[in-house]
Design a protein around this ligand. Structure first.
Ligand SMILES: CC(=O)N[C@H]1[C@@H](OP(=O)(O)OP(=O)(O)OC[C@H]2O[C@@H](n3ccc(=O)[nH]c3=O)[C@H](O)[C@@H]2O)O[C@H](CO)[C@@H](O)[C@@H]1O
Ligand SMILES: C=C(OP(=O)(O)O)C(=O)O
Length: 435
């Protein structure tokens, strides 16, 4: 297991924290550079494991990568080594992260073939790829899956636009189909499309590259295929999952924190969902100011019944922040039902919180009832293993609020998605070190 954090909790933090560029947007945008021979310059790229791995994969495809400065890269995919996609190395490397799956769409569009091992990413329940392949097949690709090797293959002499009704609004699935359709012949309409800010950003960038996409931000995306795309520049949005995490951190540790440059207009229901837990937060310009609060009280529904917080495809509440909501609820006044509808195994980390003294009943793999401690009894520090990227960060927040020492092992899971997290937390007063 890779590295650990030692945390001495129970300290109030204070100061400013600036969110990194969005991880899940970066993974889409980096794959899109494969769609053109021209230079694409991308800024605000987060320096995190998953993104760096994808940049290495692009280099292995012989994409020319120039680092212009922190988070600022230029990519030029004019001499792509397509053979790499069939190599043993790609079978190994592609399987290391989830985002690599979005190489399929651009490769299929540009080279008429694409291959992929079962991608990696968090082990948070079944993560099927049916939507991706449904879309490619409807555009005219032939699909096969080698079960023994867990290897996906696609071939298409030509892709032709079509009306595609997706089985589910898959985020990476929609991105993949959009990237294939921009170079297809004719008009593609994708209904029940995912429309997260990540996807809106991708579509806007593709339009700047010469694509013709309308309906951006809705669940019906229309794409008029074009022959060729050209270079562009793109800047990643701040990571909304990080922003939510810092709101949760401030509340749990009774800290006064300002989160800088959050791009408030793209945060959807995130700020209000934290407000429902009783957390005060204020929009100041484009920052979020969270005052130090001794207590926060969970709201009830209008009819007086217990609050439920559940996830949903955008513009619903992102599943990637539900672990954070859950941990914050452990110190609220009142009770809340956390309902993780989209993933099957993302709530099991509550056992660790229960060990720390949190009052939680795991009703089933999708639902947990949290009875808040109202900051009257702190959680107790302990040793734990980070199971996935977001639960890892939730445990880190729990540890920072807890009395005494905690150790979080397997922090590779946290480093996958959060840039320099220990250093940035130390800068606002946290006692955390890598061991
Ligand atoms: C690299 C990347 O971008 N990863 C994100 C992406 O993963 P990813 O694109 O893999 O996730 P999908 O959107 O395909 O699906 C996520 C889960 O939600 C379920 N589902 C999806 C749509 C729907 O309408 N109903 C439904 O139940 C799926 O069956 C699956 O279990 O989107 C997820 C959902 O926001 C996020 O948690 C991941 O962080
Ligand atoms: C589930 C996540 O990541 P991935 O899809 O890369 O596993 C996440 O970002 O919360």
């Amino acid at each position: 297991m890779d590295g650990a954090f030692e945390i001495r909790g129970g300290k109030r933090l204070s100061g400013e924290i600036t969110p990194q560029g969005a991880k899940n947007e970066a993974l889409q945008i980096l794959c899109a550079v494969l769609l053109t021979e021209d230079e694409v310059r991308i800024t605000n790229i987060p320096d995190i494991k998953d993104v760096n791995k994808l940049i290495e994969i692009l280099q292995d495809f012989n994409v020319k990568v120039t680092k212009n400065g922190k988070g600022d890269y230029t990519f030029k995919a004019d001499e792509v080594n397509f053979d790499y996609i069939k190599s043993r190395e790609f079978k190994k490397d592609g399987a290391k992260l989830r985002g690599s799956v979005m190489i399929l769409g651009p490769m299929l569009a540009r080279f008429g073939e694409a291959y992929m091992p079962t991608p990696g990413g968090d082990k948070i329940g079944r993560r099927r790829l049916d939507t991706h392949f449904q879309g490619f097949v409807e555009l005219g690709a032939e699909f096969s899956f080698d079960e023994e090797d867990q290897y996906y293959s696609l071939k298409a002499k030509e892709l032709t636009g079509k009306f595609i009704l997706l089985e589910e609004a898959s985020v990476t699935g929609t991105a993949n189909i959009v990237m294939a359709a921009v170079l297809a012949k004719g008009k593609t309409r994708i209904y029940n499309a995912a429309c997260e800010p990540y996807l809106q950003q991708l579509c806007k960038m593709l339009n700047r590259m010469g694509a013709n996409i309308t309906g951006i931000g809705s669940n019906l995306i229309t794409i008029e295929g074009v022959d060729k795309l050209h270079g562009t520049e793109h800047t990643m949005l701040p990571d909304m999952v990080e922003i939510g995490s810092w709101i949760g951190l401030a509340a749990m540790t009774k800290s006064e924190i300002t989160i800088k440059n959050v791009n408030w207009n793209q945060l959807g229901v995130i700020p209000n969902t934290f407000r429902k837990l009783g957390i005060e937060l204020e929009q100041r310009g484009d920052d979020i100011y969270i005052p130090s609060q001794e207590h926060y009280k969970v709201q009830k529904f209008i009819d007086g019944s217990i609050l439920t917080v559940s996830d949903a495809p955008w513009p619903g509440f992102t599943p990637d922040l539900l672990s954070i909501i859950l941990v914050v609820a452990t110190q609220a006044k009142g009770s809340v039902l956390i309902h993780q509808k989209m993933f099957e195994s993302r709530l099991f980390f509550v056992d660790k919180l229960i060990d720390m003294g949190a009052q939680i009943i795991l009703c089933d793999p999708h639902r947990a009832t949290v009875i808040g401690l109202n900051q009257e009894t702190p959680l107790r520090g302990t040793t734990m293993v980070s199971p996935d990227i977001r639960a890892g960060n939730a445990l880190l927040i729990a540890a920072l609020s807890a009395e005494g020492k905690s150790v979080i092992q397997n922090i590779e899971q946290i480093d996958r998605g959060y840039e320099n997290i220990d250093e940035r937390l130390r800068a606002i007063g946290a006692e955390i070190r890598r061991i």
